[in-house]
Design a protein around this ligand. Structure first.
Ligand SMILES: Nc1ncnc2c1ncn2[C@@H]1O[C@H](COP(=O)(O)OP(=O)(O)OP(=O)(O)O)[C@@H](O)[C@H]1O
Length: 341
């Protein structure tokens, strides 16, 4: 198969605020704005950013749990919005989601065995024997004993429930798993077990992951590439090693500097980024990060910076650090930060 497994083009999601019956224009929450990226088979793309930056909305758009305001999602080159009944059914087998809180996403009245075989039974009838064999196989894949198939979710630990959520996602042999804060609710040691399990499954089964997390320690452990979102937009998308070794966008730099990973070789932001993410209802003009950015220049107040490709394969949206072709690199005044070549 040529081309990426998943291609996201100019994806946009605005949530209208109120019905606007008496108003001419309805204000909207700009949750996702013009987001584009690709994911190759067997690759892990992590999406990071502060709360409210639009990460979960991207996940919901990928799973078609919400409809986009604009843009497209293509699987193996096919726009998922164009799929009719049977093709949509087939596509649903290929993409699965693992949620943050396994307890609320699992049916508490079903046994572990019923929970993990349910996706398959939506497609085909299984005999009792087949169901048990499938449940045992899936439980083994996620490092659980087949005897657990008779337990209810309430009889399992948080880590076991998350393994169950992963087993359920694996039931249909997906090509892509979307994991939204899939380990955030777990203790650090259980987190590490689940992350290692995901890495093993990726190696064995060639599954691609879109992994959403606000935890940069987790991201650094598993990502091949990282997309950094700020107020609905991607501001930097880079190979993981390059991003952590040398973050280019000032927002990425601030996130990496704030992450509790002891690495003295890392760039440190001497002028910390302060304040909170502004409202997505009325985002700042130009670069939405400019009110918090120690590097901001006049252009940042006016123009939305485009994502500019850099020599090491990353793309960055920053007038100062990655000026678009044809624009002179501006002088940087009053900052401990320097433009990155
Ligand atoms: N169904 C909805 N209706 C209206 N606004 C929404 C809806 N879902 C999300 N939003 C808004 O869209 C913006 C992006 O939310 P989203 O949940 O995608 O962010 P996030 O980066 O995943 O945040 P978190 O890390 O806290 O989960 C937020 O301002 C949020 O309030």
């Amino acid at each position: 198969m040529n081309g990426p497994l998943l291609k996201v083009e100019n994806l946009t999601k605005h949530y209208p605020l109120g019905s606007g019956i008496f108003k001419k224009s309805i204000p909207v929450i700009r949750a996702v704005e013009d987001v584009s990226f690709c994911v190759e088979a067997g690759e892990t793309l992590c999406i990071v950013g502060e709360s409210g930056c639009g990460k979960s909305t991207v996940a919901r758009l990928l799973m078609r749990l919400v409809e986009p305001t604009g843009g497209r999602v293509l699987i193996d080159g096919t726009d998922i919005a164009s799929l009719k009944k049977d093709a949509l059914h087939a596509w649903r087998r290929r993409m699965q989601m693992v949620f943050q809180d396994p307890y609320s996403s699992l049916n508490r009245r079903l046994t572990a065995g019923q929970i993990i075989t349910e996706p398959v039974e939506n497609f085909e009838r299984l005999s009792r024997k087949q169901r048990q064999a499938l449940a045992a196989d899936l439980l083994r894949k996620v490092g659980m004993s087949p005897e657990m198939m008779h337990r209810l979710p309430s009889e399992l630990s948080g880590g076991q429930r998350q393994r169950l959520g992963i087993a359920r996602a694996l039931a249909l042999n997906p090509s892509l798993i979307i994991a939204d804060e899939a380990v955030s609710a777990l203790d650090v040691s259980v987190q590490a077990q689940i992350l290692n399990l995901l890495l093993e499954l990726q190696q064995q089964m060639g599954i691609a992951f879109v992994f959403i997390s606000h935890d940069l320690g987790v991201v650094e452990h598993i990502a091949h590439r990282v997309a950094v979102m700020y107020l609905g937009r991607i501001v930097e998308l880079a190979p993981s090693e390059a991003l952590f070794a040398k973050p280019v966008h000032p927002y990425t730099e601030a996130l990496v500097a704030a992450a509790p990973v002891p690495d003295p070789t890392r760039a440190r932001l001497e002028v910390p980024v302060e304040g909170e993410v502004p409202s997505p209802i009325n985002p700042p003009s130009g670069c939405a990060f400019h009110p918090r950015c120690p590097l901001a220049i006049e252009r940042c107040h006016i123009e939305v910076p485009p994502l500019v490709p850099m020599a090491d394969g990353r793309v960055v949206a920053c007038h100062v650090r990655a000026p678009a072709m044809g624009m002179p690199a501006p002088a940087v005044a009053n900052s401990s930060l320097t433009p990155v070549a």
